[in-house]
Design a protein. Structure first.
Length: 153
């Protein structure tokens, strides 16, 4: 018996519909943007590079997918860092979709979550103060503020 949902090889529900750059589902048959593999965690340096590439191309939804997969696979002492970074990307997704209240909430929460992982942040070259300042500026100014830089390039 099937429930009519798209499923992967392991039987987990997956939405196979194409999506736009903001992650919104499009009608079947319409060409969407190419999506990263879901649930495929990358090593940290690759995750930072891939997520930053998506952010630089105004695709925070896909950056979130990369960061979330890394968060879920991270060792316990790094999970708050990756979770917070994913929350910042979701905040940008809400902003992109025209939801300033959701954006504000997630930007604030992401900065707070990252702030709870100073050792992991230092280990990966993430500047907690710079990210908190960025999140506050983005919350106040929206898209006119600079884009998100996960760590110094």
């Amino acid at each position: 018996m099937t429930d009519g949902r798209d499923r992967d090889a392991e039987g987990r529900a997956r939405n196979a519909r194409p999506r736009d750059a903001s992650g919104r589902p499009l009608p079947r048959g319409v060409r969407g943007v190419e999506r990263p593999e879901e649930d495929e965690p990358l090593p940290p340096d690759e995750a930072f590079a891939r997520a930053q590439e998506f952010l630089d191309h105004d695709r925070p939804f896909d950056a979130h997918d990369v960061l979330e997969a890394t968060w879920k696979a991270a060792p316990p002492d790094e999970r708050l860092l990756w979770k917070g970074l994913a929350q910042l990307a979701v905040g940008l997704t809400h902003e992109q979709r025209g939801n300033p209240r959701g954006a504000s909430s997630l930007l604030r929460r992401g900065a707070e979550t990252i702030g709870e992982a100073p050792e992991a942040a230092a280990r990966h070259g993430v500047d907690l103060v710079a990210l908190a300042d960025w999140a506050a500026a983005r919350e106040a100014s929206g898209p006119s503020a600079p884009g998100l830089v996960l760590r110094a390039r």
